[in-house]
Design a protein around this ligand. Sequence first.
Ligand SMILES: NC(=O)c1ccc[n+]([C@@H]2O[C@H](COP(=O)([O-])OP(=O)(O)OC[C@H]3O[C@@H](n4cnc5c(N)ncnc54)[C@H](O)[C@@H]3O)[C@@H](O)[C@H]2O)c1
Length: 317
Amino acid sequence: MIKETVLVIGASGQLGTELVETLRGIYGESNVIASDIRKGEGAVFENGPFEVLDILDTVRWREILTKYKPTHIYHLAALLSATAEVNPEYAWKLNMDGLFHVLDAAKEEGTGIKRVYWPSSIAAFGPNTPRRNTPQYGPMDPTTVYGITKYTGELYIQYYKNRYGVDTRSLRYPGLIGYKSAPGGGTTDYAVQIYHDALAGVEHECFLKEGTVLPMLYMPDAIRATLEVMHAQEEKINMRMSYNLAGMSFGPEEITQSIQKHLPDFKTIYKPDYRQAIAESWPAVIDDSLANDHWGWKPEFDLDSMTTDMLLNLKKL
Ligand SMILES: NC(=O)c1ccc[n+]([C@@H]2O[C@H](COP(=O)([O-])OP(=O)(O)OC[C@H]3O[C@@H](n4cnc5c(N)ncnc54)[C@H](O)[C@@H]3O)[C@@H](O)[C@H]2O)c1
């Protein structure tokens, strides 16, 4: 068992719920503190410490740091792409001030924070980024407030590493798909809801058009990538902004066909809304060769193996 104290901020969300469970298996239940503005659902929130923490509340933030002295922080709290467009001013505040509160604590010697994980997103790219084989470096002109906060955050985590020596690590997640928790307001959320609709025997009303190909990653791969980048030796992490990360790429009609291999009567209808414009500003296929070169990243799941696993596990719930 590794002896560290891990704090997860924004632990009750889609990623945090699964990450806390996995981290507790590695570090021990009492050594992983889950925190969020709201307590999440499920056994994971009863099996170890949970603290109510609004990362914008600096007094409470200091209390948590003093109480637990975390060595490793996973800072996940954010407003996601679609939700952020509804409240862009608050999205900037939460996504940026929250990150600064974490980074500023990490740069203080007395806090004992050794490493910080903060996720970026494919939303950091923009309409002038090549959509196919999107490179690690290239035009970055995000058009959503979410993407602007992610790209700015990438520059700042690199700055805190270079200027203050904070060991920051980061991945540009594509859309995350999992069965254990609900998605939190992103432009790829349809790819989770579609499985629930298929098993409920109803048609799926998709908020994107047919042919809208986006990069996606199955949650077990996302969790593994997160732990691999956090556990990699420091000298291997030669990218201090955020690594491109890929799993699979598909459009709504392809995931529908994948589900139809199990449930032949399943249908999707298309009613694109404001999220279509967001999706069209993002890449379709990501080149993640740098992550592979630096720390050996390789996804395990493709569309069909993910569909089989999602349907199997959702049926059990
Ligand atoms: N899910 C995806 O497809 C995806 C893709 C790319 C990047 N990401 C990034 O991964 C991270 C986690 O995403 P997620 O899908 O779990 O999001 P989510 O919305 O499901 O979870 C975010 C959590 O943060 C909490 N939170 C909100 N405001 C807070 C505050 N002031 N203080 C503390 N907690 C607060 C929310 O209650 C929620 O539980 C985010 O940074 C997101 O940008 C996610």
